[in-house]
Structures are given as structure tokens and as C-alpha cells.
Design a protein around this ligand. Structure first.
Ligand code: LAC
Ligand code: ZN
Length: 466
């Protein structure tokens, strides 16, 4: 028997004993299918995959991981962008897709109860059938699962008006390394009892606890949505327009910016955009029918002097076409080069144009193409680096570091929604002070003293194996 096979069997044995062999997979095909995500980071094949079917299985897996000192990486659909579910230290992947129930929609209390493996789109569709609304969507709602959206505090375009996932999580049923579990938070509309552990767990990137069940806030479904597409000659004009909207006493639910290179990708994806347009804003307003329309018109008037063209989507179908192009972007841009890395930096909104300009300067200096788009309303842009060969690849770390330093100098932050994970762990110390880092490490240690849960994420060198 090969050494690799021997190691796999040795690590799998305690899990098999506790869970039964059917829930513990060691075949290479299953292991390879749980090795990567959408960050562009290299896959790491785990030794085994635990396929949980119940909350009890999750707790058993966490107990065994502790007893046998095996690194354990929780995972949903694998659509994350920062390597959060890549098992960089090897060991076990804990797949939560089998816990996929929509447990309850409580119409009167405006609460939904979900399991972590539920696909976000299923929740959204179910609550909308009831005339209710769950706004966060990281643009992957057809695939991403609730556990991942909670672990990463996913946001997306509508976060501009409605905030990220954290604003919608009331309480969690969570379990910890060793197998203990508890309810954190509340099911009520209000509540401030004790520390806000729920908010700490949301966005903790699977490093502190595993969510077994989440209690989510719902809102009434807005009566109407109005979509505007506004074209500009330059990204500077578009960025100034963002500030103009913010000053116009309206709150669109989305305010998305596309730079020149992104418009090229959009054109290639099949949407016709006039040739002289160098930037675009995609804006959505919601509310009662008359109000949303009035606000849409108002935004159009505010933007018209700076714009080449203001287009109001005539109907839901036209609006959907625009959004389909937006949703395609992440993958359409990936197809433009052999390698792509998507950052999600945030700057104060007044510095958006400087941020895009800095990305262009980095492209000129390094020869690595960039393309920027995203949630301009939040000052949160996806600066994408695209490259094709090893020679360019060698310059990517420089390009990233230059971007991050520029973002911090502008008063910004390194990640607005994708998380630190693997992709930004080497840069955390650029933003967080030593005192804060030490506090964060103590927090991690108080949940997981041996660093077994999702090791290697957020902090560099958090586990002996990586
Ligand atoms: C988006 C994801 C990638 O905005 O954050 O498309
Ligand atoms: Zn985004």
C-alpha cells in the first residue's frame, strides 16, 4: 500500500468509526471535487470528505477532528472567491450540502430558518412567493449555499441599500471544534443580550464555528423595481455621477459601475453598448410603484448632464437582460485570460476614480491587464488582474501589493465582501495593527485552541501543517 493511501486510511478511520463508512469518502474523485473554489487559488486535495447528513453528523465530525487532531475545513457549494473552503492543510473537508432544508418561513415574524446547505436562490424564490424579501445575493444565487454566504458575510449589489448578510442574520445554531453546540443571538426583531457572538460568527470565514441552522430576517418584497442604465464617456464622469446620486437624497438599491475594459467584456457577452461609452452605471431603485419610478426619473435627471445616455429599462425582461450581463461578468472575464484574480477592495466613494486610475497605472507598470467593476455605491470595486504567462505571473504579487497600499492610502479596506481567506492573508498586517491582530488570534484560540477548524485562513501560519 502506498504511503499516501496509508495516510488517507489512517486519517479516515476515526471518522468512519464514529459516522459509519458511507458518510466518509476517501476515493480520489470525491476528494478532488472538494479541493477548490472560485478564487483562482490552486486546489488542495483533502485526505477525506465527510458528507454530513444532519446536525448530529456535523457535531460528531467536529468531535472526531478534535480527538484525532485532524484539520477540518467546512464547505458548501465552493463558489467562494478567497480560498475560504480550500483545505490547504489537508485533513478532512466537511461537506454541508446535505443539510439543505428550508426549515421554516414565519410570515408573521418575518423570519426564515435555514440549514447551511440550502441554495440561496431557493430561499429567495420561496420567500418571494410569500411576498417577502431576502436581499443579500453575491451574484451567485443559483449555486451558492447559505452557510457560505454567512461564513463570508456575502454582500453583492443590493448591499448598497440593504447591507450585507450580517444585517440579516438574527441568530445561529452553531457547533464548535470538540462537538459542543449552542444557539447564539435571537429570533426576535430586537435584542442586545450579551456580546454579539452572532455577528462575530458571520464573516468569520468558517474559522470559528460551523453553522447548523440560521435564523434570518426577512423584509416585505418591494412592490416595484426600476432599472436604469447610464452610459458615460469616461470612468471619471461615472465616478462623479455616483457622488451626485448620493447627494440627491435617493437611495438606489444597487449602484454598479463598469469601467472601459469591463464594457468590452459585456459587449463580448452579447449586450450591445455604444462604442463611445467608456463607463456605465447600472442602477436599481425599489419601493412602491409610483415612488420607485419617481426616484428613477430623479436619478436620471441628476445624471443626465454628465452622461452620454440614460436608459430606463422598459420592462422586467429588459432589466433582467441587463442584470444577466452583470451576473455573467465574473465568469465572462475569467474567459478573457488564462488566469484571473478578482480583488474586492473598498475606498471612500469620492476616491472611486482614483482607484480605477491606480488600477490602470498598475496595468501600465506591470503589463498585467486590469478590469474594474462592482458596487460603486459602496465604494467597493472588483479590480481584476488578468494574465496569460508565467513571466507576467511573477509580477502579480507586486501588482496586488501596490493596489492594496494605494487602497489603504485612500482610506479604504482590503476586502469588501470576499473575505481574507487565503488570497489576502499575507496582507492582513497592512491593514490591522499588531494589537488588533493579537486580539484576533486570541479570539480564534478561544474558539479553537489547536487551530483545527479551517486552518490556514485569515492569518498566515495558523497551523503547523501550513
Ligand atoms: C460580484 C461578486 C464576484 O460582485 O462579488 O460579481
Ligand atoms: Zn461583488
Amino acid at each position: 500500500m502506498g504511503a499516501e493511501r496509508e495516510r488517507v486510511q489512517e486519517l479516515a478511520l476515526p471518522f468512519e468509526r464514529a459516522l459509519g463508512p458511507s458518510k466518509v469518502r476517501t476515493d480520489l474523485a470525491t476528494r478532488a471535487a472538494h479541493a477548490g473554489d472560485e478564487s483562482g487559488h490552486a486546489d488542495v486535495v483533502p485526505e477525506l470528505v465527510v458528507v454530513a447528513e444532519s446536525a448530529a453528523d456535523v457535531r460528531v465530525a467536529l468531535r472526531v477532528a478534535h480527538e484525532a487532531r485532524v484539520p477540518l475545513t467546512p464547505r458548501g457549494a465552493g463558489t467562494g472567491k478567497s480560498g475560504g473552503c480550500i483545505p490547504v492543510c489537508g485533513g478532512a473537508v466537511l461537506s454541508l450540502v446535505g443539510l439543505g432544508a428550508l426549515v421554516e418561513i414565519d410570515r408573521d415574524e418575518l423570519v426564515a430558518v435555514v440549514e447551511p446547505g440550502l441554495v440561496l436562490g431557493e430561499l429567495v424564490a420561496a420567500v418571494e412567493r410569500e411576498g417577502l424579501f431576502y436581499p443579500p445575493d453575491p451574484n451567485s444565487l443559483a449555486e451558492c449555499t447559505m452557510g457560505g454566504t454567512i461564513a463570508e458575510n456575502a454582500a453583492g449589489p443590493r448591499a448598497f441599500k440593504y447591507g450585507p448578510t450580517r444585517d440579516w442574520v438574527l441568530g445561529l445554531e452553531a457547533s464548535f471544534v470538540g462537538g459542543e453546540h449552542t444557539f447564539t443571538g435571537r429570533r426576535t426583531a430586537k435584542g442586545v443580550t450579551g456580546y454579539d457572538v452572532t455577528s462575530l460568527l458571520v464573516g468569520s470565514e468558517g474559522t470559528l464555528a460551523v453553522v447548523e441552522r440560521a435564523f434570518l430576517k426577512l423584509a416585505p418584497l418591494p412592490e416595484a423595481v426600476v432599472t436604469l442604465l447610464v452610459l458615460f464617456a469616461s470612468v471619471t464622469d461615472a465616478s462623479l455621477a455616483v457622488s451626485a446620486v448620493l447627494g440627491a437624497r435617493v437611495r438606489p438599491r444597487c449602484l454598479e459601475l463598469f469601467d472601459h475594459a469591463t464594457l468590452e467584456a459585456v459587449r463580448r457577452a452579447g449586450l450591445s453598448v455604444r462604442a463611445d461609452a467608456g463607463a456605465m452605471l447600472l442602477i436599481e431603485l425599489d419601493g412602491p410603484q409610483a415612488g420607485a419610478l419617481r426616484e428613477g426619473e430623479r436619478v436620471g435627471e441628476v445624471l443626465a448632464p454628465r452622461a452620454l445616455e440614460v436608459r430606463l429599462a422598459r420592462d422586467a425582461r429588459e432589466a433582467e437582460e441587463l442584470w444577466a450581463a452583470r451576473r455573467l461578468l465574473s465568469r465572462a472575464t475569467r474567459a478573457m485570460a488564462k488566469k484571473k484574480l478578482s480583488e474586492d477592495v473598498v475606498v471612500p466613494r469620492r476616491h472611486l476614480a482614483s482607484l480605477v486610475r491606480e488600477a490602470e497605472l498598475i496595468a501600465e507598470a506591470t503589463g498585467i491587464r486590469t478590469l474594474s467593476y462592482g458596487h460603486a455605491g459602496d465604494g467597493n470595486l472588483h479590480v481584476n488582474f488578468l494574465w496569460d504567462d508565467d513571466e507576467q505571473e511573477a509580477r502579480v504579487p507586486l501588482a496586488i501589493e501596490r493596489l492594496f497600499r494605494a487602497v489603504l492610502a485612500l482610506g479604504g479596506t482590503l476586502t469588501g465582501e470576499h473575505g481574507v481567506g487565503l488570497t489576502k492573508r499575507a496582507f492582513l498586517a497592512l491593514e490591522h495593527s499588531e494589537t488588533l491582530l493579537a486580539l484576533e488570534r486570541r479570539l480564534k484560540a478561544s474558539f479553537d485552541p489547536e487551530g483545527l477548524l479551517n486552518p490556514g485562513k485569515i492569518f498566515p501560519r495558523s497551523h503547523a501543517a501550513c
